[in-house]
Ligand binder design. Sequence first.
Ligand code: HEC
Ligand code: HEC
Ligand code: HEC
Ligand code: HEC
Ligand code: HEC
Ligand code: HEC
Ligand code: HEC
Ligand code: HEC
Length: 422
Amino acid sequence: MSDSSTDPPFRLARLIILILVGAIVVLGFAVIGLVIGRAAAPAADERVDALAASTDECVVCHRRATPGIVEQFGHSTMAGAEVICQDCHQVEPSYPGATEHEGYQVLAQPTTAKCQRCHEQSRHSLPAYVAFAGSGGLDESLLAKYGAIPEGGFNPDRLSERNALFALEGEAVTEFACVRCHSIGRPAADGSVGDCTKCHLRHEFSLEQARKPETCNACHIGPDHPQYEIYVESPHGIAYHTGGDRWNWSADSGTLTVNDFPAATCAICHMSGFGTSGTTHDVGARLTWYLFAPVSERRPAWQDNQARMQGVCLECHNRAFVDDFYAAANRATLAVNDWVEESEQIVQPLSDQGLLTDAPFDEPFDFVYFELWHHWGRTAKFGAWMQGPDYTQWHGAYEVLSDLAELQALTAEKLATAGGGE
Ligand code: HEC
Ligand code: HEC
Ligand code: HEC
Ligand code: HEC
Ligand code: HEC
Ligand code: HEC
Ligand code: HEC
Ligand code: HEC
């Protein structure tokens, strides 16, 4: 049997193929080498340890006592800018919470007041605390501070049902529930408010970490405010989850463009300097509606807020697209308002005839009435505004309709029982 590949023309072809394959293999190794080299190079010089040569007493001793903390802080931008342990930890002996430590007076948990010597405040403040504790416990200066936040003007004492839930569940549980999330706005013993470290984990204080949606996920999740779940489902979230590892997470603040972030994150839309909108820690500054309210109203100065949010969208979308989107989302918000108002009308005869129990959350009726707006109505609105169709539909609108039907049945039953008893 003759092997045709040994014929002269085939031998030449085989030689050419061998040379080509050889060249590809060599090139392949060269490319892999380059890629590895490139990946390794920045990792080596990027993480400069600003404390490497420090003779500061805290640093020297803590390199042994708590090496992780010194390591993390040493690599932070703040350490690079010559911020030292004492800037956050050292206080006068009379300072609330001060403890004696190795000849110094220190705060074990520096408050926001320490950060605010050098940085501005955050709007994740008193409204978050008042939301579960009420405004009753605030002294005059804190009340004034609270009053100065226009977005706090939506009277949270009106939403007394949730404060009732706080009391009903009791401290043993709420310490691990409401308090964990809402302490982002809790006042401290020194009168300062809020907790920067809920978003800026110590001691790296890295922009990359604060900017990632997972940071917001600590609190903005669950049936009553599923912003994270909605984001995951949205085209912006898909872009983040499929390509986000290539985005420029540590770019300087205030200079971000679509080249750094080709799609939006929570921080881009609500906080980052992007397009015509400057960096802000006032997360109310770009919002048009009080979406968390049972029946949503527009915020004071909503036109300015809307312009700021749209300034972000317009960096990636055109004017007509954004205007159409806002018109449609406004219509969806008003449609949900109508449903919540309908639920008020359904139960009206019960309060007219004194057939509702005084105690909150003591009968199934209370839960249906509450969840209708607090879970499903809000979720439908959030889903519309942040592009999560499954949340607008099956975790939102559908559940509202289902609860409206149930409310109707429960109300009829109560009226019938009351009528029969007369
Ligand atoms: C001679 C060693 C030494 C020096 C100097 C020192 N520390 Fe400490 N520090 C320690 C040790 C040990 C602990 C306990 C660590 C542990 O619990 O694992 C500690 C704990 C702390 C804590 C936590 C306190 C608490 O109650 O939880 C803080 C905050 C702290 N140090 C800050 C500082 C600062 C700021 C300085 C400089 C002004 C400093 N330390 C100087 C050894 C030292
Ligand atoms: C920019 C402010 C800042 C700087 C600078 C800073 N810390 Fe802290 N540190 C904090 C905050 C905020 C906390 C508490 C976070 C919390 O509430 O849990 C903390 C907590 C600690 C704790 C207690 C940790 C624990 O788990 O109990 C130690 C110890 C500590 N810091 C040591 C240091 C040392 C040492 C340095 C300098 C190398 C330093 N810190 C620099 C802000 C700072
Ligand atoms: C003594 C002044 C001072 C104090 C106190 C201070 N900072 Fe800073 N902080 C700075 C400086 C300076 C920078 C660097 C600014 C720059 O280079 O852009 C900075 C940068 C930062 C950054 C940006 C980091 C980055 O990678 O760009 C964050 C976040 C931050 N600080 C958070 C905090 C928090 C939270 C506290 C309180 C726990 C705090 N700072 C306390 C001075 C301070
Ligand atoms: C998982 C974190 C988390 C837990 C637990 C939590 N909340 Fe909230 N809460 C939030 C977030 C986030 C918002 C903002 C929602 C929005 O604006 O869409 C909020 C909003 C609110 C609001 C409306 C906002 C305002 O300013 O009035 C009230 C009232 C409230 N929560 C009370 C409570 C009470 C009471 C509990 C416990 C029974 C509780 N929350 C448990 C995260 C939480
Ligand atoms: C809700 C989460 C959140 C809270 C709370 C928060 N930050 Fe930030 N912070 C961010 C995010 C996100 C960025 C990045 C903004 C961007 O993309 O440029 C940032 C950026 C910063 C920067 C760098 C940009 C600038 O404006 O100079 C500093 C400094 C800073 N934060 C300090 C603080 C301090 C101090 C507090 C408490 C008073 C605080 N932050 C509370 C999320 C938060
Ligand atoms: C530790 C919990 C916690 C974290 C982390 C957190 N938030 Fe919040 N956020 C809250 C609470 C509680 C409220 C409600 C406070 C209020 O009514 O003002 C809130 C309110 C908001 C609001 C609505 C403000 C208004 O005026 O209605 C926005 C927008 C927001 N957060 C965005 C973010 C973003 C973006 C992040 C991540 C960078 C983030 N939050 C991280 C707890 C948190
Ligand atoms: C594409 C931009 C965009 C992204 C991404 C985005 N949001 Fe929003 N968000 C909006 C818009 C627009 C609204 C509705 C604002 C209004 O009232 O006009 C909104 C509403 C909210 C509200 C409701 C405030 C209220 O009135 O109750 C919260 C809280 C919030 N977003 C948090 C988040 C969090 C947390 C993430 C990430 C998990 C996120 N957002 C991602 C644009 C965005
Ligand atoms: C950094 C760029 C960027 C920003 C900022 C941004 N988007 Fe997007 N957006 C995208 C990308 C990328 C897509 C997915 C590709 C596409 O559909 O065009 C998208 C898709 C959308 C979609 C299509 C949703 C769907 O289901 O098909 C809507 C609606 C939208 N964005 C609204 C907004 C709004 C409103 C804002 C401002 C509050 C905003 N976007 C801000 C990049 C951005």
